[in-house]
Design a binder for this molecule. Structure first.
Ligand code: DGL
Length: 269
């Protein structure tokens, strides 16, 4: 079991921000990554569709003999985590609980903001996770649907992106939050812009980092951490053309990938 890889999935390239944190925190672990590029974006899809795709991906990851599944996508974590946990008999870690815990550990005034896709915000998954830890916390949410395409376009510091961000974030600014959860795989790439708009004093919670730490804890509890110094192996799979994934993925991963293999997800149903 210990020698098996860590399975990670997302709707596309965004989950590579979680993989880059896993590289840092768990460099000895093999990783199998699946990006569901044929069905992205998940952020504007229904709970039923996202859950169906997530279960198919989990079936694929099972065929790869992974020891844990990391749901790197915030929308899939919001919608499909409980269905996945019902169907999978080994650990499944999503981004919501680690992100919520990190926010509660950080806030001083217990006013926390959440930004994410429409799906993530409408699901209220972060809100529920925060209230479960501390029911007195005040939570303010804002969907930012234009951020994903802007980040994928590479428009990280264009004036247009700044204007859109101002518009999305001004209601949160008015609420006096001191902590903001970046509830989407793409948002860590916007950190500089978000600090500029929200002020340097705001704590930005990177769910990718919190999740990688939660994976380390979970594997430790289950005695599943890989030891030894064999070089880790990384494999990337997608459900559509690998070329665009490889091109775009570099920015999210912080390094280039040699190859990605295409898999027919429908065959997993
Ligand atoms: N990965 C998604 C998330 O974190 C963003 C991209 C999408 O909408 O598919 O919610």
């Amino acid at each position: 079991m210990v020698e098996r890889p860590v399975g990670v999935f997302d709707s596309g390239v965004g989950g590579l921000t979680v993989v880059s944190q896993l590289f840092r925190i768990l460099p000895q672990e093999d990783i199998i990554y699946f990006g569901d590029t044929a069905h992205l974006p998940y952020g504007s899809k229904s709970k039923e569709a996202v859950t169906r795709h997530s279960l198919n991906i989990a079936n694929f990851l099972k065929t790869q003999k992974v020891k844990i599944i990391v749901v790197a996508c915030n929308t899939a974590s919001s919608f499909a985590l409980s269905s996945l946990r019902e169907k999978i008999d080994f650990p499944v870690v999503g981004v919501i609980e680690p992100g919520a815990q990190a926010a509660i550990d950080t806030t001083r005034n217990f006013k926390i903001g959440i930004i994410g896709t429409e799906g993530t915000i409408n699901s209220r998954a972060f809100e529920e996770a925060l209230k479960k830890i501390d029911r007195n916390v005040k939570v303010f949410s804002q969907a930012c649907p234009l951020f994903v395409p802007l980040v994928e376009e590479g428009w990280l510091d264009k004036p247009e992106t700044s204007q859109i961000a101002e518009k999305y974030l001004s209601p949160l600014k008015d609420k006096g939050i001191d902590t903001l959860i970046l509830g989407c795989t793409h948002y860590p790439l916007l950190k500089e812009l978000l600090w500029r708009i929200m002020g340097q004093e705001i704590s930005l919670i990177d769910t990718a980092e919190a999740t990688a730490k939660a994976v380390e804890r979970r594997l430790g509890e289950k005695n599943l951490l890989r030891k030894g110094n064999r070089k880790a192996v990384y494999k990337f799979f997608v459900s559509d053309d690998p070329e665009k994934f490889l091109q775009l993925g570099r920015r999210f991963l912080g390094k280039s990938m040699d190859k990605a293999e295409r898999v027919n997800l429908e065959a997993m149903e």
